[in-house]
Design a protein around this ligand. Sequence first.
Ligand code: PLP
Ligand code: COI
Length: 354
Amino acid sequence: MPIQIHKTDQLKPPPDQSKLGFGTIFSDHMFNMDYNPDEGWHNPRIEPYAPISMEPSTMVLHYGQAVFEGLKAYRAADSRIQLFRPRDNFKRMNRSCRMLCIPEFDESEALDALKKLISLENKWVPSAPETSLYIRPTIIAMDPFLGVRASFTYRFFIILSPVGAYYPEGFDPVKIWVSQDHVRAVRGGVGEAKTPGNYAASLLAGNKAHEKGYTQVLWLDGVKRKNIEEVGAMNIFFVIDDELITPALSGSILHGITRDSVLALARSWDMKVAERQISIDEVMSAHAAGRLQEIFGCGTAAVISPVGELKYGDQVIEVTDGKVGPLAQKFYQTITDIQYGRTADPMTWIEPVT
Ligand code: PLP
Ligand code: COI
């Protein structure tokens, strides 16, 4: 489908790259595309970044029928721009669409639209160390209707935001609180989908964690509240007896692309790796026995985030003396070297834009 391009003549000044933070600044243009049952996905267009006008009865506002993604574009030293595994994001977005009864879109057309948008917004891809352009593709239900059913009409949009570190800690270790009272998702629900309700469901526990001085919540399974699932915006890894362990994709956690990248690298380094059920009791007793070497989270926004402290009930454990562990450091270095084009890309994860 040909993409119409309407450029703005009111370009914003570029942001101060030393103060980017996460998710507050948006580029000059966005991608939009609509869906209705007669035309399917149609009218793909790049136009000025602007509010979306909708009726108060619009279905997404009432029942949360929406999916989104998060990926990044990186500026290499020679100024080229490259994406990290974008096809996997659009594939996962379509998987989320199936779970939310949203019509699927053409993944290669979406990637093509994204590349055109980024090329137009070239100056918004920052070049300062540790910065990138965060990309947020989203689909929302647009019918003005108050009954509960899947919408007939949708809007697909992509917005761009130059970002620095997701956590105020940057790459310094974060403190994580294990929630015993709240659960995020259960098997058979939509925990595997990247859909707003999962994040709304995490807010109350997130606030409690912050009140206690912790950065994020580590979720346990929704039934026994024993087995570890994931962190608010990251998948989680443990190193016990030199083995890298992460919870299996059990049906209620996100299939993280960074998680998959960590696993692929670890296997290519011949590390001992396990994707399996791991309980919080196993982690606490491994720590008590001196066998827990590292904990780290991983995700697009968070990259690799070492965990320095974990609180479960009355027990507080310090991990790797509250410092960055050697494996977290190695994964961070290897993944960011590939993302910023500082090294070869043996896994063919990079998709060039310019
Ligand atoms: N888990 C949740 C709940 C997330 O929001 C994210 C971020 O996207 C992740 C895990 C990590 O996934 P990815 O590595 O694909 O960004
Ligand atoms: C991401 O890592 O892309 C996320 O979506 C995490 C969070 C900002 C929701």
